[in-house]
Design a protein around this ligand. Structure first.
Ligand code: SAM
Length: 291
């Protein structure tokens, strides 16, 4: 029989039965609210042919609901102590594969080849300590993902959604927008978790783009330029680039900015994604011509 895993009483019972404790350092804040769970599942817009990767399955609260609607789910969980309880909670579904692993160490290209050759969606109540690296890994590997629905700290959701000039605007905002169209679909109070975290959360939906919104000659260079522009966000762009890109000759810097039609005294945090792309393409042309 399916257990009501959003019930704190049931969670406590399972934890006691399996002699488990919440491991704070693994971001173990389990979902105990049916309404939030339904929102996550609805936003994933699951149909019977969907294949889904879930990150951080915990006791299987989200896993069970995905399993009801999708064709297949691969649920990754790092904590080996949770695996027996997770298996016993979801084994009756018949379409859940549990992988005991660290998502950040997994060879995702290989996983996709074996489990999701026709593409997939990602759904997760993410462990807070690795939210950004997980989101970036899944985007940067350019896997065949159509949609991602994540429960994340509100602060991360704000950074993803931020525009130039906003205090939350940073490398994450530019990178996520390069790969996907992000949307905050709901704000979520800390009371929906057990144990309760210190901060509020949000459900974010990322619709993965087929092509980036800007044309970039060299993606590695683009992300390097973005990174350094924000690492040295108190400096002018000119000084940030001189620090971050030693391969760019000092005498050429003004010319690069002139070609990109961008004031070299601006700060990186004022540039939108189009301007970053333009600047980066001019840097690339300058570096290539030097060779
Ligand atoms: N999905 C469950 C829920 O909603 O109740 C649990 C979510 S809890 C916020 C995050 C889960 O991710 C925990 O079960 C934790 O053990 C797991 N986790 C933490 N780090 C992980 C990693 N690097 N790879 C895979 N799972 C991880």
């Amino acid at each position: 029989m399916t257990k009501k895993l959003t019930s704190p009483h049931v969670i406590k019972q399972i934890m006691d039965e399996h002699n488990l404790r919440f491991i704070k350092s693994l971001g173990q804040n389990f979902l105990i609210d049916e309404n939030t769970l339904n929102k996550i599942i609805n936003e994933a817009n699951l149909v019977k042919t969907d294949r889904v990767l879930e990150i951080g399955a915990g006791l299987g609260t989200v896993t069970l609901q995905i399993a009801k609607k999708a064709a297949k789910i691969v649920a990754v969980e790092i904590d080996r102590h949770l695996i027996p309880a997770l298996k016993s909670n979801v084994s009756h579904c018949g379409n859940v594969k549990i992988i005991h692993s660290d998502i950040l160490k997994m060879d995702l290209k290989n996983l996709v080849k074996e489990e999701f050759p026709e593409g997939f969606k990602v759904v997760a109540n993410l462990p807070y300590y690795i939210t950004t690296p997980v989101i970036m890994k899944l985007l940067e590997e350019k896997l065949d993902i159509s949609l991602m629905v994540y429960l994340v700290q509100k602060e991360v959701a704000d950074r993803i959604m931020a525009f130039p000039g906003n205090k939350n605007y940073g490398a994450l905002s530019v990178a996520v927008n390069y790969y996907a169209k992000p949307e905050i679909v709901s704000l979520v109070p800390k009371t929906v978790f057990m144990p309760r975290p210190k901060v509020d959360s949000a459900i974010v939906k990322l619709k993965v783009r087929e092509t980036p919104p800007v044309s970039v000659i060299d993606e590695t260079l683009f992300f390097k330029v973005v990174k350094f522009s924000f690492i040295y966000r108190r400096k002018t762009l000119r000084n940030a680039l001189l620090r971050g890109l030693p391969e760019l000759e000092r005498e050429k810097v003004s010319e690069v900015f002139k070609n990109a039609d961008i004031d070299e005294n601006r700060r990186g945090e004022t540039l939108n994604i189009e301007e970053f792309a333009k600047l980066c393409n001019c840097i690339k042309t300058c570096l290539t011509n030097k060779l």
